[in-house]
Design a protein around this ligand. Structure first.
Ligand SMILES: Nc1ncnc2c1ncn2[C@@H]1O[C@H](COP(=O)(O)OP(=O)(O)OP(=O)(O)O)[C@@H](O)[C@H]1O
Length: 349
């Protein structure tokens, strides 16, 4: 007779979740129990994750978390103290040359000879590879064609970043590491760069995106790890991570004063509504994940069309939840604040 084993109710640790690749595919990138210290500073204590082919995978964390050290070990630029790293099954630590043709790396603040033009830099880098990309096509992809004869020193921040991405891609890599690629860019240039990253992925390149920007990771990454003080503290898709903090939804409604009695009556009768509270001139409604459509539909039936704002949680809330510290957009951290909800979205009447 066989005995059924109880399924453990404990959720998998972040480290275990990070090691699983969707659909059981062979990982394009694998990091297992990585450790790296600089003298007495342990930059990476225990980092593991696996990236599936074609994923945009984020390595997210505050300044000094150990992100760059992790990717430098992955790229074979630094020798790890312990653990293993693999790119498409090859070991860049023992044989950095083996991954040269497969891996493109864009590291922070790459500097080129100031007088070199965009086209010259691309030609030079292309000459390092056996089967380089078509540089004209790459310039088109990254909107660099109009600047092909411009010297590096004369490029804007956004143009320099686009060139550094182009240089990371010039070897036609299957895997690209992009480190802090939007730091210092204005909001418009950041958004344009995000679109480029998506275009690169559409060409089949697996992308490891290193960033301290939570919004960037939320927008771009299929899955990610959050690293803090050299260890993985959370792993999953942005939606899974945010859901794991709190699955409730919060709305704020603004209605005309004469509509309030009917609104409160409707809210009181909805099963998806958990709590109703006043927040200044607005009514705050907390409920299930279906609370937004339930409220809007029920009010529409009574001819009330409120202004609705959804109070969304974000990866910043996940960071606060798992570390007990706050996080600002510069990547700095501080003691945890009490109200960890951010207000992002507005819906017009
Ligand atoms: N070459 C080095 N020598 C000594 N300490 C270093 C060196 N490089 C990094 N560190 C230290 O290791 C820790 C992790 O740094 P790392 O650059 O890997 O983090 P990070 O998450 O990439 O942060 P940032 O985005 O600020 O670069 C930090 O405390 C940093 O000061």
């Amino acid at each position: 007779m066989t005995t059924a084993h109880p399924v453990p109710s404990v959720p998998p640790s972040p480290s275990l979740a990070a090691r699983t690749v969707p659909d059981g595919a062979a990982p394009a990138i694998e990091v297992v129990a990585l450790r790296k210290a600089y003298g007495s500073t342990v930059a990476v204590r225990d980092v593991s994750f696996a990236v599936g082919p074609g994923e945009i995978f984020g390595v997210l964390g505050p300044n000094g978390a150990g992100k760059t050290t992790t990717v430098e070990c992955l790229a074979g630029l630094r020798q790890a103290d312990a653990g293993t790293v693999r790119i498409l099954g090859l070991d860049p630590q023992s044989d950095p040359a083996s991954v040269r043709e497969l891996l493109g790396v864009q590291l922070q603040e790459a500097e080129l000879n100031e007088r070199m033009t965009v086209a010259e830099a691309l030609r030079l880098y292309a000459s390092f590879y056996e089967d380089p990309a078509d540089t004209a096509e790459l310039m088109d992809l990254l909107d660099l064609a109009p600047h092909r004869d411009q010297q590096f020193a004369k490029l804007s921040g956004g143009q320099k970043q686009r060139l550094s991405i182009a240089l990371a891609l010039v070897g036609n890599p299957q895997v690209a590491i992009l480190d802090e690629l939007t730091t210092g860019l204005d909001p418009q240039a950041r958004r344009a760069t995000w679109e480029l990253v998506e275009r690169v992925r559409e060409r089949g390149v697996t992308i490891l995106l290193v960033t301290h920007f939570m919004d960037e990771a939320e927008r771009l990454c299929d899955r990610l790890v959050i690293i803090d003080q050299g260890v993985v503290v959370a792993a999953g898709s942005p939606a899974e991570l945010i859901e794991s903090v709190d699955s409730s939804r919060v709305l704020r409604l603004r209605v005309e004063p004469h509509e309030e009695p009917v609104v409160l009556e409707v809210l009181g009768g909805l099963a998806d509504v958990g709590a109703v509270a006043r927040a200044g001139r607005e009514i705050e409604v907390t409920g299930t994940r279906r609370v937004l459509p339930a409220v809007v539909l029920a009010l529409a039936e009574r001819d009330v069309v409120p202004d609705v704002r959804t109070m969304t949680r974000s990866l910043e809330d996940v960071f606060v939840h798992v570390t007990g510290r706050t996080y600002d957009h510069t990547g700095a951290t501080g003691p945890a604040a009490t109200d960890d909800r951010s207000d992002t979205e507005g819906a017009a009447r």
